[in-house]
Design a protein around this ligand. Structure first.
Ligand code: A3P
Length: 297
């Protein structure tokens, strides 16, 4: 059964999550989680569906925006993705094609048909120090965040692995296992830092993974429109009604709290030397056998 987990630490930081079947979820998933996951499992997947999977703050909205442009052949911004995690399956079922979903859950929680190869799945990962900073600052902008408290308190929960969606490391290892064991060719793995380094080549690879063919000029246009500066400006200029609603519901901010700095290495402005060294130790230890290595600058 699903249970509420509330933790607090001596400096007054608090974290609330929902736990089901050994995994931690965000508290905004409605109901007992079990029923929702069961319905997701049997949800009908369409051939042109796209799923963007990530640990929070890894560039989900970025990949979503690129994928939506490549799917539609138009370099226009279409708003935010529908999350599998907390949208009713009846709502997801009725969305017109092509559908683009996002989720912070792992492979085992994708609809069965997607796990069996239907639709296309992008998995995006980002170095865990920048993820931590991005997630912490995101919480400070929300009206009813799952975490409240200090950066230090946040980091304690985060390194312990009790943050919503659990440990960054476990999420990465789950996907690495799928990558190593599955013969599925409907999953493409992306790394945030690689996208920052060379967006055009990632956009080009994403297009061929989606089996869509465009001339170089269109791929360059998508790349250009999805660089942080242009993408964020466009999003604010052409804000969609569902995003406006989302902002009002979640935050008092005037702009979408998702988009902040979009950089590699901003962690240096937040981690103290001691925090960084302690985290590096955990990283070295945990990542000993990992295939994917991350750049932190
Ligand atoms: P920062 O808070 O470090 O700026 P998600 O979509 O998974 O919630 O991830 C949000 C993070 O991705 C934020 O990181 C956000 O600024 C960054 N991001 C969004 N669009 C981006 C883009 N076009 N280029 C680079 N980073 C982007």
């Amino acid at each position: 059964m699903c249970e509420w987990v509330e933790e607090s630490d001596p400096d007054g930081s608090t974290l609330k999550t929902k736990k089901y079947d050994g995994k931690l979820y965000t508290s905004i998933i409605p109901g007992n989680i079990k029923d929702h996951l069961e319905r997701l499992d049997t949800m009908d997947v369409r051939d042109d569906d796209i799923f963007i999977m990530s640990y929070p703050k890894s560039g989900t909205h970025w990949v979503f925006t690129i994928a939506s442009m490549l799917r539609s052949g138009k370099s226009t911004y279409i708003g935010s993705p529908h999350f599998l995690d907390y949208n009713d399956v009846d709502v997801l079922d009725k969305l017109p094609s092509p559908r683009l979903f996002a989720s912070h859950m792992t492979f085992d929680r994708l609809p069965r048909q997607a796990r069996e190869g239907k639709g296309k799945v992008f998995v995006v990962s980002r170095n865990p120090k920048d993820v931590a900073v991005s997630l912490y600052i995101f919480f400070t902008k929300l009206n009813a965040p799952d975490f409240t408290g200090t950066w230090e308190g946040f980091l304690r929960f985060y390194t312990k692995g009790t943050m919503l969606y659990g440990s960054w490391f476990d999420t990465l290892f789950d996907w690495e296992k799928i990558k190593a064991s599955s013969s599925q060719d409907n999953i493409m793995y992306l790394v945030y830092e690689d996208m920052k380094e060379d967006l055009l080549s990632n956009v080009t690879k994403m297009a061929s993974f989606l089996e869509v063919s465009y001339d170089k000029a269109f791929l360059e246009e998508v790349t250009d429109r999805c660089t942080f500066k242009i993408m964020v400006k466009t999003i604010m200029d052409e804000i969609k009604p569902q995003d406006q609603e989302y902002i009002h519901k979640m935050s008092d901010e005037k702009k979408l709290p998702i988009y902040r700095k979009g950089e590699v290495g901003d962690w240096k402005n937040h981690f103290t030397v001691a925090q960084s060294e302690a985290f590096d130790k955990i990283y070295e230890e945990q990542m000993r056998n990992a295939k994917c290595k991350f750049r932190f600058v």
